[in-house]
Design a protein around this ligand. Structure first.
Ligand SMILES: [Zn+2]
Length: 117
């Protein structure tokens, strides 16, 4: 019996993904995977059974409006400035009635959100 307790204690130190549950009013809440008690968002440990919690998968789907962020890293010339589509390696030439323009494949022309690092 004693050994089982120690084993349980140890197992609870490994993060386990929280589970989504629904209450009587059908509202979603997060629950401890070990004891099923409700846990507050982002809590790193269940206050009931001390199970260490992981929010990895939950956080991925949870971003506002279901939108996730992606980061793309690429090289630019040293004289590139933010918003300078002409010097941006990912821009391409598009045609308009008044001639050709540099188009941004990320539709950021005029509101470039690139960050130089
Ligand atoms: Zn718990």
């Amino acid at each position: 019996m004693q050994n089982d307790d120690v084993r349980l204690q140890l197992m609870r130190q490994f993060p386990v993904e929280v589970v989504e549950a629904r209450d009587a009013r059908n509202e979603m809440y997060y629950a401890c995977p070990t004891c099923s008690r409700p846990v507050a968002m982002g809590m790193d440990k269940c206050s009931g059974c001390t199970q260490v919690l992981s929010w990895k998968n939950i956080n991925q789907g949870l971003s506002e409006n279901g939108v996730r962020k992606a980061v793309l890293e690429f090289e630019v010339a040293s004289d590139f400035n933010i918003g300078n589509c002409r010097k941006c390696p990912i821009s391409y030439i598009g045609r308009t009635d008044s001639g050709s323009v540099y188009e941004c494949p990320l539709k950021m022309s005029g509101s470039c959100r690139l960050k130089l690092i």
